[in-house]
Each structure stands twice: as C-alpha cells, then as structure tokens.
Design a protein around this ligand. Structure first.
Ligand SMILES: [Zn+2]
Ligand SMILES: [Zn+2]
Length: 356
C-alpha cells in the first residue's frame, strides 16, 4: 500500500511533511480518505508559538469517505461520508461511573490524541485511520465544505448549550473568528433577543452582520453600546471567543449582575482579573471544552436546515502543499480569512518529504 504523507506542525513556524506507512485498520478502527480539513485557531497558534499539541490534533476538522473498515466495526461501511467527532462516553472512567458521561475522560483523551490508538498525524493528509467511535455520518444535505466545518460549529453549539441561552437574552460575543461567528448564530437560533458582536476587524464585523448579528461593534464601542441596548443592565450572556487574556475581565464588565460568562476560546496565557467585580456581580462562569458525541448530530441539524450558515465562513480552499505558506499568512494575521480549508487530494507540488 502507498504511504501517507501528512503535514505536521513540528515547531515554531515549522511545518513538515512526513511519510507514514498506510496499513489496514486495526479492529475497531476505520481508514478515511480525507476530502477537506479545516485549519483551526489552535493550528495557527501552535504554528505561531511552537506550543505543540499531540500530532493527532494537528488538523482535527475534517470530512472524508470511509475507505477501509477494520474488524468489529459494524455500523460503518466503505463509501460512507463521515466527519470527525468525539467518541461516546466510555462508561468505565471515574467520570462515567459517577454519571458524568458528558465529561468522560477517556473520550477527552482520545480526542486530544492521548490514547494508544491515536493516529500519528491529523487530517492534513490524504488519509487517516481512527477509532470508528470517533466519527459520525455527515448529514446528506451538507456539502463537503460545510461538513468540514461541523467540528468548529459543534464547539460553538456546545458552548451555547452549556451557557443556557434562553429566549429574549441579550448576548454579547467577543471575537468574530469562526467560533465567535458560529456562537452568535447558535445563540440567535436558541432564541437570543439580540446578539452584539465585538470585533476589531471591519471585514469580520461585516460578515457578522450578514449572518444575523444585531450589531457589530468595535471594542471601543462595546461598553457604551451594551449599556444602551440593555437599559444600563448589561448582557445576560457573554461568550469569550477572542482568546485574548485581558478580554476575560472585559467579558465580566459587559455582563449583567447575575449573568453568565462562557469561555469558548482557549486562553493559553494567565489572565489578570478583578475578582471583586466577579464576586459583587455574582457572575456564573461556564467553561465549554469541545463537545459531546451527541452534540454533533444536533449541531449538524442546524447547519443542514440553514439556521446556522457555515458557507460564508469558508473564505478559501488551499492545496496540501500550500499549507505552510497559508499558516504563515494566518499566523501573521495578514489576511481577512475566516475559515481556510485544506484539500489534501489536490496537487501537492509544494511538498518536500522530511521523513528522516
Ligand atoms: Zn479546533
Ligand atoms: Zn468515560
């Protein structure tokens, strides 16, 4: 069988193409021919900072077609179109045994590439072998471009679910990257009365308005606008999707007394906060860490019937060989791109194999 060449971030501003032997899937596993794989904010920050995650996480937003099915897999067959998801609760870990299946540590470890069956690379490759429990069938109504964005959509869906947005809420979303633009749409679909987007980039504010945000504000305008729109109360729910440590306090400042701040961005750096303000406002902080297995089918239904649009988030598709140049542009913040997809099937002239 031919080898698989995968793009891997291996250090600060370094992407290498490495060759892996293509083998038949082990029992319980499937091999998927990847059609498209999205570039996530974690890939970009990894490339920028050199802070590496497990290689299996480098390229974790993909759609593809099942090419080979291992033994003991009875619910998938060759030709099925699937998207990457997270395994269902294992039923055996301490969390599962305590009835906390949605926090299953085994499923979480698998998703973070920290289990024995984790692939040695992610979806920036023409093919990948994963545990069959990690995929869900792609909704037939979705194009590949849409299906490749189910994973980030489900991140946002999970956050909106966790934050318990209720009809009529005033919701603020900080940051109009893919996750922020998705959170704004899911909040609206959950019944939010108004959704105020806060984002420095004019291009992204424009997309936010097109996707249904009530207002798109610059960071300087946010405090006054939120006060004016809520009669001096503050927002019911604020989603932090910008990933900027100082915006953690800003999120609390924009929230009403007794309101909810939902952390959807991954703040890798310590954040300075005014804890007394958190206490006096009786803020509820909700962490939203990825998703659960059942979140995927639920979020996909919103994409399929058009309540949440991912088409407009997709700004371009690049070839696998252009991945390094694309990461460089995105890491420099030098583009108006929102979601860039990588097509590993397409021409790979830029690939230099660096397998030792
Ligand atoms: Zn991601
Ligand atoms: Zn478990």
């Amino acid at each position: 069988m031919a080898d698989v060449t995968a793009g891997l971030i291996t250090g600060k501003e370094t992407l290498e193409f490495r060759r892996f032997p293509r083998t038949s899937p082990q029992p319980g596993c499937i091999t998927v021919d990847v059609s498209l794989c999205g570039i996530c904010g974690t890939d970009i920050s990894s490339f920028r900072s050199g802070h590496l995650h497990s290689p299996a996480v480098c390229g974790h937003e993909w759609v593809g077609t099942v090419a080979d099915v291992g033994a003991e897999v009875d619910d998938l067959r060759e030709g099925d179109r699937v998207v990457i998801a997270v395994a269902a609760p294992c039923g055996r870990c301490p969390e599962c045994r305590s009835g906390l299946g949605e926090h299953c540590r085994t499923a979480s470890a698998v998703a973070r590439g920290r289990d024995p069956l984790a692939p040695p690379h992610g979806g920036f490759a023409p093919s990948i072998t994963v545990s069959a429990t990690r995929v869900v069938p792609a909704h037939p109504e979705l194009s590949d471009e849409e299906a490749a964005q189910v994973e980030p959509a489900t991140v946002a869906f999970h956050g909106v679910r966790r934050a318990r947005v209720v009809p009529g809420d005033t919701v603020v979303v900080q940051g109009a990257g893919p996750i922020g633009l998705l959170a704004a749409q899911f909040a609206r679909a959950a019944g939010a009365g108004q959704v105020l987007l806060v984002e420095p980039s004019e291009a992204r504010r424009k997309v936010g308005l097109e996707l249904g945000a009530s207002m798109a504000l610059t960071p300087d305008e946010a405090a006054d606008a939120v006060q004016a729109e809520t009669g001096g109360l503050g927002a019911d729910v604020v989603f932090e999707c910008a990933g900027v440590p100082s915006l953690l306090q800003t999120a609390v400042d924009l929230t009403r007394t007794g309101g909810v701040v939902c952390l959807l961005s991954f703040l890798a750096q310590p954040a300075k906060i005014n804890a007394a303000r958190w206490l006096s406002k009786e803020i509820t902080v909700v962490g939203a860490n990825a998703y659960t297995h059942d979140d995927f089918d639920r979020s996909m239904a919103f994409l399929a019937d058009g309540r949440v649009k991912v088409k407009d988030l997709h700004t371009r598709t690049v070839e696998l060989g252009d991945l390094e140049a694309t990461l460089r542009t995105l890491a420099a913040g030098a583009s108006d791109d929102i979601k860039v997809l990588v097509d590993p099937r397409r021409h790979t002239a830029g690939i230099t194999d660096s397998t030792a």
